[in-house]
Design a protein around this ligand. Structure first.
Ligand code: NAD
Length: 327
């Protein structure tokens, strides 16, 4: 068992989270993650309304009696959702943890903390992480350039971003972006983090609610098969490289703005990739860690494997034998 400030604070067995994944963070996956001893997050905005989120939280509770959370992401959106109503639905449902992302969580903190909800804020820069700590979040997930989705605009990989955040913060830190196995978990702990967040790795599991053909595609693709879109709009997103992402980058390169790519990038279109199993149908998020994904295990098998591998590395590779070898 790996005991950290994170497992202590959030009351979970393993220092692993399954953070927000639009269209994927649903009851089946989150409950499987919770039952495996990790902290999973439903994505609030995957649900079409706050009422539907309440129902999804109830459905998750039917599948697990372990703690889980809800992700609330605030990013530029084609149809901006009623964030306050989603936040109220989370509080009314008695969920104990919220993962905020995309924007300064300050305006949500008073209500969340008044309701006893712990806040894990996902940040892509040390200055944003420091700001989140100053507005009272309980822990920070620091998301390196390797990540799927929105990595920010600074392009700093985890090898520097994680220890820089650890130096700057007093609260627990989850390392995010590029993690998928026990080697990554040990590295994150060595860099000063209290655990890891995984999205892409959980996408390719038996319980992940996406089409099997997309899981297989993740297994087949290597670490080079991602592309950065929205660079010109300072809303960079790392997505699976496909004909649609190539077209978006080409339009951006010829001076096009968001209106010129709106129909190509819409989340509603991207969702059909997961539903129909055709990776060319739209934009879908994926991290570079897909280069390390070679199978589609159950969540429980995956978590056991990661924790076992981490323990083996700590005990046998990094333990006293290495010190003795260099003496
Ligand atoms: P969407 O269809 O509104 O937008 C698709 C993409 O275009 C997103 O990456 C969005 O940030 C970007 N975008 C939208 N308007 C933009 C603008 N004016 N300028 C630049 N970029 C713009 O979003 P969606 O994919 O259907 O997602 C639905 C909701 O979920 C949105 O509010 C989105 O912010 C949020 N989301 C959540 C997660 C998560 O993991 N929790 C991930 C991605 C998006």
């Amino acid at each position: 068992m790996l005991h950290t400030r994170f497992t202590e604070l959030f009351g979970v067995r393993h220092p692993i989270t399954q953070g927000g994944m639009q269209w994927v963070g649903r009851a089946e996956l989150v409950a499987a993650v919770a039952n495996a001893g990790c902290l999973g997050f439903l994505t609030a905005l995957t649900q079409p309304s706050p009422e539907a989120l309440v129902a999804e939280i109830a459905r998750t509770r039917e599948l697990t009696d372990q703690p889980f959370g809800v992700n609330l992401t605030i990013l530029p959106s084609i149809n901006p959702p009623p964030y306050d109503e989603y936040r109220a639905a989370i509080i009314e449902s008695g969920v104990g943890v919220v993962e905020t992302a995309g924007y300064n969580p300050a305006e949500h903190m008073p209500q969340l903390h008044a309701a006893g909800v712990r806040v894990l804020h996902k940040a892509t820069a040390v200055r944003h992480a420091r700001k989140a700590q100053s507005v009272g979040v309980d822990a920070v997930s620091i998301d390196g350039f390797e990540c799927a989705g929105h990595p920010g605009e600074d392009d700093i990989g985890g090898l520097v971003l994680i220890p820089a955040a650890a130096d700057a913060l007093q609260i627990p830190i989850i390392a995010s972006g590029g993690f998928g196995d026990g080697r990554g978990l040990v590295a994150a702990l060595a860099l000063g983090a209290d655990g890891i967040n995984m999205g892409t790795r959980f996408l390719a599991t038996a319980e992940s609610p996406i089409h099997p053909a997309i899981k297989q595609k993740i297994v087949e693709q290597d670490e080079r098969a991602t592309q950065l879109i929205f660079r010109s709009m300072r809303n960079t997103a790392r997505v699976a490289r496909n004909s649609v992402s190539e077209q978006v980058v080409s339009i951006e390169g010829s001076g096009g703005g968001f209106d010129d790519v709106r129909d190509l990038v819409s989340g509603a279109r991207g969702r059909t990739v997961y539903e129909q199993g055709d990776p060319e149908l739209g934009i879908w998020s994926i991290g570079v860690v897909q280069g390390l994904i070679r199978d589609i295990p159950t969540v429980d098998t995956l978590v056991r494997r990661i924790v076992d591998q981490a323990e083996q590395i700590i005990e046998h590779r990094l333990g006293s034998s290495m010190l003795a070898a260099s003496a």
